[in-house]
Design a protein around this ligand. Structure first.
Ligand SMILES: NC(=O)c1ccc[n+]([C@@H]2O[C@H](COP(=O)([O-])OP(=O)(O)OC[C@H]3O[C@@H](n4cnc5c(N)ncnc54)[C@H](O)[C@@H]3O)[C@@H](O)[C@H]2O)c1
Length: 432
């Protein structure tokens, strides 16, 4: 191809246009500027429920057409890939309809609101995969270059046998008890609270970095503020209520704290909260092995701390790797060394990897089966917390729901991310 303009195209239709909608729109718009692609994405159509807001979003985010019904969007002949950026309560219905219509799917996390929904989605994805239709769940932090490098170091054995996984995801946007009752605080829309919103990310990351699914958990959850004013308007993590608004019950957790075990022997701790005053988006993960350690903080996302315990003790210690070199994962598309990347770049990397997987005829990671593995851990956490923190196994089923084996190829064909699968072939089920 002489230029990206001459390359074949793939029509994208997106559902939802607020926080994640904007992040994904940016990614679809930008990806061809940064990376070689097998097919250039065309932003064909945007779906939402309210005509005026939808038209305004399509104009700003540069979508060519609009539909107020997501079913009409799926049916469009110029849409070959459906990108789902709505709350969890709608993921299963939209994703399954799109897959059945033969459209590739990118679905935001958590995959669903319940294990049952996630099982149905994983089954639909496995069936679609047999027809060459691909699906991916949007655990975007896997595409942070520093975390992709961490995975490469672990897969290469640089940390040796893993002992500890220490993961936190800390935010503070609902510290104020007068912050309104947005959809993220309502079980029927969000499935769970900090657990599904933030905990899902760190569970996926831990399972991705370690290369195994958790085998069991012991958990505490807490809802500190049990009633909040109903919102006048909301989008993403922002909302307003007028002073006279009636109040409604918060039906999800504000915070979740749990321990877990990996089959290879590592033990893990997880903390997900939206009431850690002063912490804005502090996703931190540290992994210790018998040959070394890595540590990462999303608030310093261009950096990975690495300690090589095999070095002479006199000079050994954590070193700060500035993950901006051309041979670091995904960096070949971006700026000269030291000219750091941001939150938005992870979404660009996500759609790049999805487009290559579609072209190469393989299932991308994280797959819906990976999303189901996370969902089973979330359900086990809730089960444990409701039962006095009782140890709750996360049961591995044999390939039920037509779960396909993890992809054997790399999701990042030229970025240097490694090709190791994210876990076992088996999905994870919650013990009754
Ligand atoms: N990957 C990440 O880091 C990340 C970050 C934030 C949110 N998310 C996930 O993205 C999803 C959306 O979250 P958000 O923060 O963008 O929410 P949001 O409230 O900002 O936007 C939700 C959008 O969905 C639309 N919508 C809601 N119900 C709908 C329906 N039934 N049909 C059509 N449109 C509908 C709303 O109008 C809005 O445009 C959630 O699953 C969330 O967990 C992921």
């Amino acid at each position: 191809m002489d230029s990206q303009h001459d390359s074949p195209t793939i029509g994208v239709g997106m559902v939802g246009y607020a926080f994640m909608g904007r992040a994904h729109s940016h990614a679809w718009r930008t990806v061809a500027c940064a990376f070689d692609l097998p097919r250039r994405p065309v932003m064909a159509a945007l779906a939402g429920r309210e005509r005026a807001a939808l038209e305004e979003a399509a104009r700003r985010q540069l979508w060519a057409a609009t539909d107020t019904d997501w079913r009409a969007l799926i049916a469009r002949p110029d849409v070959q890939l459906v990108d789902i950026c709505t709350p969890g309560s709608s993921h299963a219905e939209i994703a399954i309809a799109a897959l059945e219509a033969g459209k590739h799917v990118l679905c935001e996390k958590p995959l669903a609101n319940t294990v049952e929904e996630a099982e149905a989605m994983a089954a639909a994805a496995a069936e679609a995969s047999r027809r060459g239709v691909r699906s991916m769940v949007g655990f975007s932090y896997r595409r942070t270059p520093a975390l992709a490098l961490a995975r490469r170091l672990i897969a290469d054995g640089r940390l040796g046998s893993l002992r500890h996984v220490r993961a936190q995801y800390l935010q503070d946007w609902i510290v104020d008890p007068e912050f309104p009752l947005v959809w993220r605080l309502q079980r029927e829309h969000a499935g769970s609270g900090a657990l599904g919103d933030l905990g899902a990310h760190i569970v996926d990351l831990a399972q991705y970095l370690v290369g195994e699914p958790l085998t069991g958990v012991s958990a505490l959850t807490e809802t500190f503020v049990r009633e909040r004013p109903l919102p006048a308007a909301s989008s993403g993590l922002a909302a307003v209520a007028d002073g006279t608004a009636p109040r409604g019950p918060v039906t999800v957790d504000d915070a979740a704290l749990f321990t877990g075990r990996f089959p290879g022997g590592a033990i893990a701790s997880f903390e997900a909260t939206r009431v850690a005053a002063g912490r804005k988006n502090a996703l931190r993960i540290e992994i210790n092995g018998d040959r070394g350690s890595i540590a990462f903080d999303l608030e310093r996302l261009n950096e990975l701390d690495f300690h090589d315990h095999t070095e002479a003790s006199e000079t050994a210690g954590f070193r700060r790797i500035l993950v901006t070199e051309p041979d670091h994962p995904y960096l070949e598309g971006w700026w000269p060394p030291g000219h750091g990347l941001g939150y938005d770049h992870t979404f660009v990397h996500q759609v790049r990897d999805l487009l290559w997987a579609i072209d190469e005829g393989r299932d991308p990671e994280p797959s819906f089966a990976d999303g189901l593995r996370v969902q089973r851990v979330l359900a086990a956490v809730e089960h444990s917390a409701a039962n006095g923190s009782a140890w709750t196994p996360v049961v591995h089923e044999s390939a039920a729901q037509g779960d396909p084996p993890p992809a054997s190829g790399t999701d990042a064909p030229s970025s240097g991310t490694d090709a190791r699968s994210s876990g076992t072939d088996d999905p994870v089920a919650v013990a009754p």
